[in-house]
Design a protein around this ligand. Structure first.
Ligand code: 5RP
Length: 220
């Protein structure tokens, strides 16, 4: 079985009747949302809070009842993907460009469950370029300031020009190679003029479900 699907479907066992659920973004969590759609059709009562327009459209198509973030003070459980997971459960997220809403929703979640395949598990973060969401105005200046952190920022481009986030911003993919102190970097990046949010999730994930060729394993 597909390793992403394996991890994502395993996570569904943590969902309980009546929960408010944060619905992550990406090709791994896609499988959890599909399964959730089936459970809702069978009568499970939950409400979802989507982390992106993409997830919102998918959940609506599957008939999953949704809440606006404005109406929610706390989320019982968020299930999301990640691009890298370190030995200390720090994450790099934002490969799909949804990092700001994902972090906002994670910040009010009682539990954050991350689903990945085993290629995402690393000792130290940094091989995957760190996505940083920046305001389009003056992005070149922000990019120069980010270089001072020892990385090479690259503007994310699509066939139609710069990638635009759900919040109308750009993404700079910052090539670090190794991130030695994610907690410090997270704080300092967000103090840089023009930065909206960065893809480092530190002290946020509670449990990681990893899909591998040998089956599923959990990291806490
Ligand atoms: C989107 C994300 C995704 O969760 C992350 O990129 C993992 O995606 P995938 O499951 O498709 O590999 O952070 O912003």
């Amino acid at each position: 079985m597909d390793k992403k699907k394996l991890a994502a479907e395993h996570a569904v066992a943590s969902i309980e009747e009546g929960m408010v659920l944060g619905l992550g973004t990406g090709s791994t969590v896609y499988w959890m949302i599909q399964k959730l759609g089936e459970l809702v059709k069978e009568g499970l009562k939950i409400k979802g809070v989507p982390t992106s327009q993409e997830t919102e459209a998918l959940a609506m198509k599957l008939g999953i009842p949704l809440l606006q973030l404005a109406d929610v003070h706390e989320i019982d459980l968020t299930i999301d993907g990640a691009d890298e997971v370190s030995a200390n459960l720090e994450l790099i997220k934002g490969g799909g460009g949804a990092l700001f809403r994902e972090k906002m929703i994670a910040s009010i979640s009682r539990r954050l469950l991350i689903v990945v395949d085993d290629s995402k598990v690393v000792t130290t973060l940094g091989k995957f370029p760190l996505p940083v969401e920046v305001v389009p105005f003056g992005w070149e200046l922000t990019s120069r300031k980010l270089r001072a952190f020892g990385c090479a920022p690259v503007l994310r481009i699509t066939d139609n020009g710069p990638f635009i986030t759900d919040n109308g911003n750009y993404i700079l993919d910052c090539h670090f190679d190794t991130i030695h102190n994610p907690e410090e970097l997270n704080k300092h990046l967000n103090l840089t003029i023009g930065v909206v949010e960065n893809g480092l999730f530190v002290n946020m994930a509670d449990t990681i479900i990893v899909g591998s060729n040998e089956g599923v394993y959990t990291k806490k």
